[in-house]
Design a protein around this ligand. Structure first.
Ligand code: MN
Length: 326
């Protein structure tokens, strides 16, 4: 198994009654994951948790914040599993994805040696209510429990292009309760890697795990969408509901972007505020985002800062466009 080293924070002993939740991130996403963890702990104070984090790197300040989170929640255990930096370099990747989307495959494989089920969660989620109904769900006799994906389930072209059967109900891989006995016995990782090595997919890991389920006719349990409520579908913000347990910030616009204007950003920021990552400020990745930072500062009346962002936007635009042409 390709784990370089492990580091355990918080509770030292294995706790059989703890819920096992798995995350897969790269270093820039650790603060986002930290806010997600904070929201889970806040809304489930009586539940014991072990958070399994599969990652390639972490900064020293973020590692200290992980330790701080464990100090705040006495029964919490967080285990970091460090992966070799060159892992999955051979797989196809498209668009905004980073190869951290593949870490859930390795996580399931690795944890199948010691656990019978895990709840995998994307880091771009927050928990808004107690999740015991979800945690106590049985996954015996099924492959996975997940929600039908509102963005893909009715896209017949996608199904046709990538070899799905017509009536297959495509699920979202952002939240999956995985039966690890099934995973181990059916060698699901090997099947997924095999599928992904053949061609490129728009949703690499998600298309692969759905293809495995469809081709083998595995039993999937479909969850109500309150356990993985989408933020945006095809660029349109979805109406919020009172019963939502887990909110998933799907789409390009994220609530940790300073220029996000959704009412949900306030709720997101309230969890960020009580987390060890309260001073986290998102750093723009490209010239378009520098301009959006300028706009956000201008809206708040921070004129000097706005000017600074617009200036760096103009400078970067020239450089980035030039390097694209070259
Ligand atoms: Mn997501």
């Amino acid at each position: 198994m390709k784990i370089e080293r492990q580091k355990i924070f918080g509770r030292k002993a294995h706790e059989p009654s703890a819920a096992n939740i798995v995350f897969g991130v790269d270093a820039p996403f650790v603060p986002i994951m930290g806010v997600c963890m904070t929201s889970i702990l806040k809304n489930n104070p009586a539940q014991k948790f072990t958070f399994h984090v599969f990652l390639d790197a972490i900064t020293p300040p973020d590692e200290m914040k992980i330790a701080e989170l464990c100090k705040q929640s006495p029964d919490l255990q967080i285990i970091l599993y460090f992966l070799p930096p060159d892992i999955y370099n051979e797989l196809y990747l498209e668009g905004d994805y980073t190869k951290a989307i593949f870490y859930r495959i390795l996580a399931a494989d690795y944890l199948a040696q010691s656990l019978d089920k895990i709840l995998y969660m994307d880091s771009d989620m927050i928990c808004l209510k107690p999740m015991d109904e979800l945690i106590n769900l049985s996954v015996k006799e099924i492959f996975v429990a997940a929600i039908a994906d509102p963005g893909v389930v009715n896209r017949q072209i996608h199904k046709k292009n990538f070899g799905f059967s017509k009536e297959y109900l495509y699920f979202n891989s952002g939240l999956m309760y995985l039966n690890l006995d099934w995973w181990r016995e059916e060698k699901v990782s090997a099947q997924m890697l095999n599928i992904m090595s053949i061609r490129e997919y728009p949703f690499p890991d998600q298309d692969a795990i759905n293809l495995v389920a469809d081709l083998n006719d595995y039993p999937v349990k479909y969850l109500p969408d309150k356990f993985n409520h989408f933020f945006r579908v095809d660029g349109v913000e979805q109406p919020m509901r009172d019963d939502v347990v887990i909110q998933h910030f799907t789409g390009q616009l994220k609530p940790w972007f300073p220029w996000c204007e959704s009412p949900l950003k306030k709720i997101y920021d309230s969890y960020k505020e009580i987390s060890p990552w309260h001073d986290f400020i998102y750093q723009p990745r490209n010239y378009q985002e520098h301009r959006l930072m300028g706009r956000a500062c201008r809206r708040e009346g921070k004129w000097l800062e706005a000017l600074k962002w617009y200036w760096s936007y103009l400078k970067r635009r020239r450089v980035e466009k030039k390097s694209k042409r070259g």
